[in-house]
Design a binder for this molecule. Structure first.
Ligand SMILES: Nc1ncnc2c1ncn2[C@@H]1O[C@H](COP(=O)(O)OP(=O)(O)OP(=O)(O)O)[C@@H](O)[C@H]1O
Length: 257
């Protein structure tokens, strides 16, 4: 069977080194349609760099990324990306911005009005359409970010720390909005808040100093660390450097050893 029948993204041996000596090393990932993946790690672990590589914002020093069987730049057509705090300074009003993105995505006139109406409704943006984005609350800015990323109905949605700075109610709203995105869309979101994604994600990736150390369902992390809470399980795993135990358990899921 064609390997792309279900697969949405495939990253093989990605490396990106910065002059400071930090970066991403041998990052491998295969994800199918509808998977919900959380990418977690401490500050500087490499979450944003990995997402930039998956989104084609960074060109890898080594390795390659394919989305829906396409290399970049064609792969861009199949993905939506919301970088961290990306809209904080945008002066353009919400509707104008969404129209701008719809045109940049080369949607036809009828697709533009249909898709705009759809994302405005899904992300409840009716009340803020004429307001400059930078005047909106962080919660609304994230909703506009999601709306622009979903305009062309991407197969892969990449979100960098989308709930950073949101209060508990806004976080809750945010995850409810995510639930409304098409069930076939593959979602990869980065966060520091591992407990927050416990009920949302089907798969957890842990990055540590540029290395992918864990790639399995969250329950597996609880089992390995003998913890009941994901937050403490994450801390136990990283502080006790349990990745060798995990790797030797045979559940590698594309991890480098
Ligand atoms: N453009 C760049 N030039 C030089 N170094 C960079 C660049 N981007 C990232 N880095 C470095 O690469 C490492 C990983 O950074 P990255 O932003 O990917 O981590 P992160 O896990 O997203 O961190 P945070 O949670 O703080 O956002 C860090 O040491 C960072 O300083």
């Amino acid at each position: 069977m064609n390997e792309w029948a279900f697969m949405v993204v495939k990253a093989q041996g990605l490396c990106k080194a910065f002059a400071s000596g930090t970066g991403i090393y041998d990052f491998n990932l295969e994800a199918d349609a509808g998977e919900r993946i959380a990418l977690v790690g401490a500050n500087g672990a490499g979450k944003s760099t990995s997402l930039h590589l998956l989104a084609g914002v960074f060109t890898p020093d080594q390795g390659q990324v394919q989305v829906c069987g396409q290399n970049f730049p064609k792969a861009q057509a199949y993905l939506g990306y919301v970088p961290e705090s990306s809209l904080a300074g945008v002066e353009m009003p919400v509707l104008e911005f969404l129209l701008f993105v719809a045109r940049a995505r080369v949607l036809s006139k009828s697709e533009q009005s249909q898709r705009l109406a759809s994302v405005i409704q899904i992300f409840a943006l009716e009340q803020v359409l004429t307001r400059p984005i930078r005047h909106l609350s962080k919660g609304y800015q994230q909703r506009v970010g999601l709306a622009q990323a979903c305009l062309h109905q991407p197969k892969l949605l990449l979100l960098d720390e989308p709930t950073d700075g949101l209060d508990p109610q806004q976080k809750d709203n945010f995850y409810q909005f995510l639930q409304q995105i098409s069930p076939g869309t593959t979602l990869i979101l980065s966060t520091h808040q591992v407990q927050e994604v416990a009920h949302f994600c089907t798969r957890l990736l842990i990055l540590e100093q540029g290395y992918l150390r864990f790639d399995a369902p969250p329950e597996q992390l609880l089992k390995i660390t003998k913890q009941t809470q994901l937050e403490t399980a994450f801390l136990t795993f990283t502080q006790q450097k349990l990745w060798n135990t995990y790797a030797s358990s045979g559940n590698l899921c594309g991890l480098s050893t």
